[in-house]
Design a binder for this molecule. Sequence first.
Ligand code: GTP
Ligand code: MG
Length: 421
Amino acid sequence: IGARHLRESPTSSPLQIFVRAKKKINDIYQEIEEYVAETTLFLEGVHNDKGLIGDKDFQDFKSYSSKVAGIKEVLARDHMKVAFFGRTSNGKSTVINAMMGDKILPSGIGHTTNCFLQIEGIDTNEPYLTTEGSSEKQNIKGIGQLAHALCNNRLGDSTLVRIHWPKTRCPLLMDDVVLVDSPGIDVSVSLDDWIDKHCLDADVFVLVANSESTLMNTEKNFFHKVSEKLSKPNIFILQNRWDMAASEPEFLNEVRKQHLERTIGFLVEELKVVQGAQAEQRVFFVSAKETLHQRLSEAKGQPNNSEQPAGYPEGFTSRYFEFQDFERKFEECISKTAVITKFEQHTQRGKNIANEIGQNVGNLMERAWQERDQKMGERQSLWARLDHTEKELHDVTTQMKEKICSIVEDVERRVSNALNE
Ligand code: GTP
Ligand code: MG
């Protein structure tokens, strides 16, 4: 049970579906950009020298390059986004830390997270944070400093603080996943605001529930609102703090069955976001706290190969396994969804642009042929006209010659008559 995220080769991660698709679509757009540039250059020559293409058509054509550049920019920024919700202290921040394999977000008893926290990857080595409405990079030296910086956030619970974390420290970030932590849904009155601001572009939602109690109406209502705005959102439910149930082993199976029935019923019958069998792949019984501890000790080079490492309640191995199972299913789901939502439209747009350019150049060629035919026709009629003139000239000169001859004859006759007389 080594840490999945450290052991697994990056190419076998389901997130690679998105990463490869992103690379491919970026490469294709690179080619489209070159094709547009080449065609524009060609058309510019045609426009200047031959006048085959009008000013307006040429300007319209030139707008393709800015369109393609705009799409390329959006594509380069595209990522997969997962947002975590749940009541205060259910362990949202701890789940994110466990997935990152590091203590990044402050966590603790009581109401800890007081605004939205988005963790996203950077290519440099120094983490920093930025707050809404400012581009100032604030240093983060450690989790204590981060907690302090966040404590000072008085802007309201809908605001967003972005934590820019080195990709090299976490494979999830390396593969373009962005994780969003939220304050407890039970302590906020701005849930509608949250949805509009933070949920509409999320690919996956994780509801972090507390397996010591049961799903609450605040949690359910929030997801009802989310699924009203988004068609069939992808929702995973983590029954967290499952380690606490180990202290009452006699009820373990009963409690698990009850939670499973209720959460599956919520997803299938209430929200109608998944169907029966699929819903079972969306609910996991885990302990984020144990997973985080385990990964931290593995990162320090203390792999624990025994079935039940010391210090954890009974059943640690299966809880840890279930956490990894969640991560795998989550990765499959998020990368497939993100490929469709982020790239499908751009693929269509790219196809349309290539077709439109092809058609434009085709029309231009057609016009050039027509013009050539017309010029050939003009030349032929010119020849015919020349022929005609030549004939006319010939006629005229013949007539003139005859006339002159007759005049000369007439003059000769008259002169000889005069001489005779
Ligand atoms: P807020 O930010 O206040 O909304 O809470 P949160 O949902 O982010 O919870 P947080 O991650 O801060 O965890 C609250 C407390 O629960 C911390 O003391 C964690 O160590 C503890 N905790 C989190 N997950 C588990 C778990 O799986 N098992 C146990 N036993 N404790 C956990
Ligand atoms: Mg928190």
